[in-house]
Design a protein around this ligand. Structure first.
Ligand code: FE2
Length: 251
């Protein structure tokens, strides 16, 4: 099977011992190898940060990140890794990001923000707005999981988020139909309406929630065409890397 080349994964839990993702170095190596076989050459590692649930210290996260960089060198993989964070929505989020308590996506102005299924649309919109006003570019993680957006058949609410300046991310498993046909249909509609900016693996292990972006890119290419797939899996993620320098100049 021919995969789109130079894919970048902007959301995954491959960094071991920091959240509910990889729990051993062996698992992390398996995930990296699988991602590489799928045509992924750049990965933003995004450990969960959720107050009272996932609060691993940045010291520990950085220690594991440097170990992973050394691991990749030893494995001789063509893979660059960056550090990010999947930030669970909290009213102290902007303050903590500004204080540098948690990283943005690879040090850019893009921030991966996750909501709960119980969050209503108002909360999501307000959080997106607050981040934008503070100079960040919010990327909403796996929006297919949020009932307030999923159940709006008109997609008007998703459109409102995009018009506000938010970026939509959906998971590869959802696109591929591994979370059920209703979710698959929802993702297809989002793509057809051009509301999606990123598709990421959100991989947690090498058994169930696996790195499968190459497989997904192939599927998306068949359904939506090469140019669309290239934009979603290669070009849009590169904008995050390009934004790192711009963001550094602003600091
Ligand atoms: Fe995640």
């Amino acid at each position: 099977m021919k995969y789109i080349e130079d894919i970048m994964d902007i959301h995954c839990h491959m960094l071991p011992h920091v959240d509910d993702g990889a729990d051993t170095y062996k698992m992390a190596r398996k995930m990296l190898r699988r991602a590489s076989r799928q045509g992924v050459t750049k990965i933003i590692l995004t450990p969960h940060y959720r107050i009272d649930y996932f609060e691993t210290s940045m010291e520990k996260i950085k220690e594991e990140f440097y170990k992973m960089q050394r691991m990749i060198l030893k494995m001789n993989l063509d893979m660059e890794v960056y550090l990010g964070c999947e930030y669970h929505c909290h009213n102290s989020m902007v303050k903590r990001l500004k204080n540098g308590e948690r990283p943005t996506l690879a040090g850019s102005s893009y921030v991966l923000v996750e909501f709960s299924s119980s969050h209503n649309f108002r909360t999501i919109r307000n959080q997106v707005y607050e981040l934008i006003v503070a100079g960040f570019k919010p990327v909403l993680a796996h929006i297919e999981r949020y009932p307030c957006l999923f159940e709006d058949k008109t997609l008007e609410l998703v459109e409102e988020i995009v018009n506000l300046g938010g970026y939509i991310q959906i998971n590869a498993n959802s696109v591929l139909g591994k979370s059920g046909w209703k979710v698959k249909r929802f993702c297809r509609k989002l793509m057809e309406e051009d509301l999606v900016s990123f598709i990421a693996s959100d991989s947690h292990d090498d058994v169930y929630r696996i790195p499968n972006l190459g497989e997904c890119a192939d599927y998306v290419e068949k359904k939506m065409g090469y140019d669309y797939a290239k934009r979603i899996f290669v070009k849009n993620p590169r904008k995050i890397i390009d934004d790192i320098k711009t963001n550094e100049r602003k600091k």
